[in-house]
Design a protein around this ligand. Structure first.
Ligand code: GRF
Length: 190
């Protein structure tokens, strides 16, 4: 079995989609969820699906080897960042070189980088009167949203688009593409 850990800081709808998609998979499983946020919705979603969820604080995340030790305990092969708001530390990136996958709610490189997350992205897209946006799946390196792009889906912005309608379109696209791209990357490599 190839073991995937999901890192998430929020609601966890993408995490749930991954958990459900890989539930009866023959060679890939979601083995645990890591979160830095004690009130994240993802905690309940993991619990309901009997996936272990590990809560950590910033000291544990950024100092020492606590995260690597936990990843090793669960024999994690790949990490998926699904709405994870902290920069992944260097020791984790070098241990999991090209094995960390992130989903971003815009067509990178547009609307990426520090501070560009959640509603900030969609508000900027609408304020600039873009005619299209999208979602991007990329490998993670030491800079926010700068790693190799491994998949994307474009979304047409309608004339009367609102923040809420755009968020919904983006989430639907994320849920559609993320499990398939993760599966493809993992199976092509192993
Ligand atoms: C998604 O829009 C994802 O692209 C971004 O954070 C959001 C997480 O949503 N990185 P959810 O917690 O999976 O619902």
């Amino acid at each position: 079995m190839i073991n995937i850990a999901i890192f998430a800081s929020g609601n966890g709808s993408n995490a749930l989609r991954l958990i459900e998609y890989f539930k009866n998979h023959s060679s890939i499983q979601i083995s645990c969820v890591f979160t830095n946020n004690p009130s994240a919705g993802v905690i309940q979603k993991a619990k309901e699906n009997a996936v272990p969820c590990l809560l950590f604080n910033k000291v544990q995340f950024f100092e020492g080897n606590a995260i690597l030790a936990s990843l090793s305990k669960y024999q994690i092969d790949y990490i998926v960042l699904a709405g994870f708001l902290l920069l992944v530390p260097k020791n984790v990136i070098s241990t999991y070189s090209n094995k960390i996958i992130n989903i971003h709610p815009s067509l990178l490189p547009k609307y990426g980088g520090k501070g560009m997350y959640g509603d900030h992205v969609h508000k900027a897209v609408l304020a600039n009167k873009e005619i299209e946006t999208g979602v991007t799946v990329h490998l993670v390196n030491e800079e926010f949203d700068k790693g190799k792009i491994v998949g994307f889906e474009k979304i047409v912005i309608s004339k009367n688009e609102t923040l809420e309608s755009l968020k919904q379109k983006v989430h639907e696209a994320e849920h559609r593409i993320l499990p398939h791209i993760v599966e493809k990357i993992v199976l092509e490599r192993d």
